[in-house]
Design a protein around this ligand. Structure first.
Ligand code: IMP
Length: 200
């Protein structure tokens, strides 16, 4: 098993969730800020896999440390899968989380609750040597609420209600979200792989 894993992200919200998910393993989880690295990789691919691979590969090339990078999209059925791979810049290049939520709610105006199905999908790329990489994916189904609810989480959490819950992601604790989320499902598969592979 690898002893060190570098999270190829600058997103503090993701780091908190991923550290929680990889707790109780022997892997020393490092972040870019632990290494005093400021690297921004442009997410310009048109698939989650393409962006996750690009981020993990570029950071691996600079650090020579096994890296994981994840890319996530929110896919809304009534909008033909939008915002999808463009979730972070749905309302424009420098859009805030709030701008993106407002645009999504506006585009769904008039669509009744039964037709607001959506899912989050996360793809994790584990890059552990030149041209050696693997993908792990996780999906969480739910629907887009009529208005924002909750203060926790980040991104689209305040307007996404996971299946089987009467609260949005932003109304759940980090522990509750990590039991069911797209990112959790992908990282649990990744963690199981790391725990059962012995020669990485
Ligand atoms: P990224 O490219 O993986 O950083 O994700 C794209 C965008 O999806 C982010 O900017 C967030 O707006 C949103 N996003 C990613 N993960 C989550 C989540 O767990 N909850 C809510 N929104 C998320």
């Amino acid at each position: 098993m690898i002893s060190k894993l570098l999270l190829a992200t600058n997103n503090k919200d993701k780091v908190t969730e991923i550290r929680n998910l990889l707790m109780n393993t022997c892997i020393h989880v490092l972040t870019l800020s632990d290494l005093n690295l400021k690297i921004d990789v442009e997410e310009d691919k048109d698939t989650l896999e393409g962006n996750a691979l690009k981020k993990a590969e570029e950071i691996y090339k600079v650090t020579d440390i096994p890296c994981s990078a994840d890319d996530t999209g929110l896919f809304v059925n009534a909008l033909n899968g939008e915002p999808g791979v463009f979730s972070s810049r749905y309302a424009g290049e420098n859009a805030s989380y709030s701008d993106n939520r407002i645009k999504l709610l506006r585009n769904l105006q008039g669509v009744p609750e039964d037709y607001r199905n959506a899912f989050f999908k996360t793809v994790v790329c584990f890059y552990y040597g030149k041209n050696n990489f693997m993908f792990f994916e996780g999906i969480c189904k739910g629907h887009i609420t009529l208005q924002e609810r909750g203060e926790k989480g980040f991104g689209y959490d305040a307007i996404f209600q996971p299946e089987g819950f009467d609260r949005t992601f932003a109304e759940l604790s980090i522990g509750e979200k990590n039991n069911i989320s797209h990112r959790a499902k992908a990282f649990i598969k990744f963690k199981e792989y790391l725990e059962t592979s012995d020669n990485k």
